[in-house]
Design a protein around this ligand. Structure first.
Ligand SMILES: [Zn+2]
Length: 180
């Protein structure tokens, strides 16, 4: 396993549409392990393959089920650990209800903004064994999976902001990344 460098916006690879994975083989499972190690090292809750320069439809996330979009613990829900590894994810259903979540991104370090997205989504994907799965997400998990899926489309959370704010966020993020 290895920790891989994370691409920082406006790297053009982050703007590419990622290609579908045709076969879930050992090389994909190896990549998933590297992504896991990288995400943990960077204290992220999600990571998409384009963020490490691999333009493939792969993402991972690790968000407990009982965390609200505000980052608060939701009473009455179990804090199930939920490490998801998804290949070729596709949204099969989205709620009409919208939720606002304070989002950040390892590719836009140090920048955060409230982003509106469907409150709940169902996602179809292949797991690391190549099996078809469908999972419904809500709360912070729903925001996270939609954020990571945007990466596979070449989209960043700053694209939901005004162009002035987006450019400012990207400039600040670059400075932060250069000073590390
Ligand atoms: Zn991101």
């Amino acid at each position: 396993m290895s920790i891989l460098p994370i691409l920082i916006a406006p790297n053009p690879i982050l703007r590419r549409k990622a290609t579908l994975v045709s076969v879930v083989d050992n090389s994909i499972r190896e990549l998933l392990k590297d992504m896991e190690e990288t995400m943990i090292a960077e204290n992220g809750i999600g990571l998409a393959a384009p963020q490490i320069g691999i333009s493939k439809q792969i993402l991972i996330m690790d968000v407990p089920t009982n965390i609200s979009v505000d980052g608060e613990e939701i009473e009455g829900l179990e804090a199930y650990p939920n490490f998801f590894k998804m290949i070729n994810p596709k949204i099969s259903w989205a709620s009409e209800q919208i939720a606002t979540c304070q989002e950040g991104c390892l590719s836009v370090p140090g920048q955060f903004a409230p982003i509106k997205r469907p409150e709940k989504v169902r996602v179809k994907y292949l797991n690391e064994n190549g099996e078809s799965c469908e999972t419904e997400f809500s709360h912070l998990q729903a925001a996270c999976v939609q954020h990571e899926m945007d990466h596979l489309d070449g989209k960043l959370f700053v694209d939901y902001l005004s162009s002035i704010k987006r450019d400012m966020f990207i400039r600040k993020a670059q400075k932060i990344a250069q000073n590390r």
